[in-house]
Ligand binder design. Structure first.
Ligand SMILES: CCCCCCCC/C=C\CCCCCCCC(=O)SCCNC(=O)CCNC(=O)[C@H](O)C(C)(C)COP(=O)(O)OP(=O)(O)OC[C@H]1O[C@@H](n2cnc3c(N)ncnc32)[C@H](O)[C@@H]1OP(=O)(O)O
Length: 180
């Protein structure tokens, strides 16, 4: 089925913000996190930027592949904001096309291509040298829709308790759970 943009989704151009302050991909509370900043696009798509820092190296002066996969995963995960669902990565297939140096900004684009029941199919690319630069990494993913209980049941108690006691976090979680 064609993906449907949620009627309450942030408007195109709007910054999406972090879904959790402690998130390695988007949270402000992780000193070496990716701090990915995503912006809503048209339809069920978004753009995001991630600048590679020295803490993200694999080989000298180059981004670690797992970090780049995390950036793709986070961009794809942020599509949740546009669908109005909570979904987690079930499958993530990555292509590493060219090395990404420290200091480079990865310009990411992610889009949902199809939805089938709880399964959300999506794709992402990461370009360097500018938003129209060459594609350095790309990914195809399958996300699976879950309820908030997924995190409550599986997360470590300490962090779950803190999240449940944080009104901002509870509001964010609810914002995802407003399926039509
Ligand atoms: C107040 C409380 C505070 C909480 C607030 C939290 C708010 C948070 C908000 C937003 C969070 C967003 C976070 C984004 C972060 C970035 C994204 C990540 O990195 S996520 C982390 C990495 N991923 C995992 O940890 C998943 C681990 N895996 C699982 O938990 C399960 O395997 C899960 C949920 C993915 C599926 O398990 P099942 O038991 O629910 O469902 P089954 O029946 O197995 O799968 C459903 C369908 O999907 C297919 N499927 C599942 N995995 C597949 C795979 N690997 N390949 C192909 N198909 C797969 C199955 O074949 C099935 O398909 P058929 O319906 O039968 O057609």
């Amino acid at each position: 089925m064609e993906p449907v943009r949620h009627p309450d989704a942030p408007a195109p151009g709007e910054l999406l913000g972090a879904h959790y302050d402690g998130c390695f991909g988007c949270g402000g509370g992780q000193p070496h996190g990716l701090r990915l900043a995503a912006r809503a696009g048209e339809g069920v798509s978004l753009t995001a930027e991630f600048t590679v820092r020295p803490a993200h190296q694999g080989a000298p002066g180059l981004a670690h592949g797992g970090v780049l996969a995390a950036a793709l995963d986070e961009a794809l995960g942020s599509l949740n904001w546009l669908l109005g669902t909570i979904a987690v990565t079930g499958r993530l297939e990555t292509d590493f096309i060219s090395p990404v140096p420290v200091g480079a900004t990865l310009h990411l684009e992610a889009e949902v291509t199809a939805v089938a029941g709880r399964k959300i199919y999506s794709t992402a690319t990461g370009r360097i040298g500018g938003p129209d630069g060459p594609v350095a990494v790309r990914a195809e993913a399958l996300f699976v829709e879950v309820k908030v209980d997924h995190f409550i049941d599986h997360g470590r108690e300490e962090e779950i308790r803190a999240a449940m006691n944080d009104p901002v976090q509870v509001r964010r979680a609810r914002a995802f759970e407003v399926n039509p």
